[in-house]
Write a protein that binds this ligand. Structure first.
Ligand code: ZN
Length: 352
């Protein structure tokens, strides 16, 4: 069977390099890592590009509850981590941006950080992988927004004002199951200024970790189509991280995008983390998302190297197994191609 090109809305490979900087060459170029992504496997799996997230972890707190085991025994309600201050976040974010540029330098033309839809198309046409620099949580941007201009010049084209944690700009949604995303106040005054500045610069705004009021604020204030890079249908899995039907209708009306998150905790109707699951819940999410979004506003947002994914997917090469399951489920080849890459690429043509 022919492979479907894959363009993906979210991964955390840069965070893996932050944790194991001495391993990056072995992981990236030689494919000796244990995770989901590396250059050889991306090429084998027809991965043509995606958003690469710069993510700042919270400092290790020995008194904090064990998120891993809590999330494997729903119901759970994880507390929001403390705000991380700008100075502490800045050098971590810089290190991850540097890893992304190192990936580009070391790949001998096989991987390129792109800043426009046209550059993404041209890069893929040459047979290389196109990366969009994304920041997941705006801790590395100061409230006066000076750093935003420098990050934009460094290649940043997509920004989530929050991860599931507060920032000076807004309030992330805590991980809760079952739970709905209306968990607190919307954007701060600085957050509203951030939205305007991103619109002005051409930096996309990612809604994926925002609570519902923050989502509504961006919908009201931003002129961009609404984008949730890695979230699923709340109707199927009642996680605070998933999108309600009301939110999905708003995204569809704006001709925006939703990336299907492969994280089992957001796919499984029981909210559990275990990777042992069938394709059935994945198809339920896809069917529901398509029923509201239509065929042009849905793509993938794997969360590779940041989440536990179903055994049937396993790693980046297994996205082709998902594509085969979608065909089996009755989706036409055209629709599978759209969801696997073409919808993201058309969206980025329009907005970047
Ligand atoms: Zn995320």
């Amino acid at each position: 069977m022919p492979q479907f090109p894959v363009f993906d809305g979210h991964n955390d490979l840069l965070f893996q390099f932050l944790m194991n900087p001495s391993q990056r060459e072995a992981i990236w170029l030689k494919g000796q890592g244990q995770g989901h992504l590396d250059l050889p496997r991306m090429q084998k799996g027809a991965f043509v590009g995606g958003f690469f997230a710069i993510y700042v972890p919270s400092p290790h707190d020995p008194a904090a509850p064990d998120f891993e085991s809590l999330m494997n025994s729903p119901p759970y309600h994880l507390p929001l981590p403390d705000l991380i201050d700008h100075k502490a976040a800045m050098h971590i974010a810089m290190a991850e941006a540097a890893h992304l540029r190192w990936m580009e330098r070391s790949s001998a033309g096989q991987f390129k950080v792109c800043t426009s839809g046209a550059e993404i198309r041209a890069t893929i046409a040459k047979g290389a992988i196109a990366a969009v620099m994304h920041m997941e949580g705006a801790e590395a941007i100061d409230p006066a927004l000076d750093a935003l201009y420098v990050w934009h010049a460094a290649g940043l084209r997509s920004l989530g004002p929050v991860w599931s944690r507060p920032t000076v700009f807004g309030h992330g949604v805590p991980f809760k199951f079952p739970g709905d995303p209306d968990t607190g106040p919307g954007l701060t005054a600085a957050g509203k200024s951030l939205v305007k500045a991103c619109d002005d610069l051409g930096v996309l705004l990612d809604l994926s970790h925002l609570n519902e009021k923050g989502f509504d604020d961006i919908a009201r204030l931003s002129s961009q189509p609404l984008m949730a890079t890695h979230s699923n249908a709340h109707e199927v899995t009642q996680s605070t991280r998933n999108l309600t039907d009301r939110q999905l209708h708003m995204i569809a009306e704006s001709r925006g995008m939703v990336g299907l998150n492969f994280a089992t905790v957001f796919l499984r109707p029981d909210g559990r983390k275990s990777p042992d699951m069938t394709w059935d819940p994945v198809m339920r999410h896809l069917d529901h998302l398509l029923s509201i979004l239509g065929e042009e506003c849905l793509g993938f947002g794997s969360d590779f190297d940041g989440a536990t994914v179903p055994v049937g997917i396993g790693d980046v090469t297994g996205v082709q197994n998902l594509a085969a399951a979608m065909l089996e489920h009755g989706f036409g080849e055209d629709l599978v191609r759209r969801i696997a890459s073409e919808n993201w690429l058309s969206f980025l043509d329009r907005v970047l």
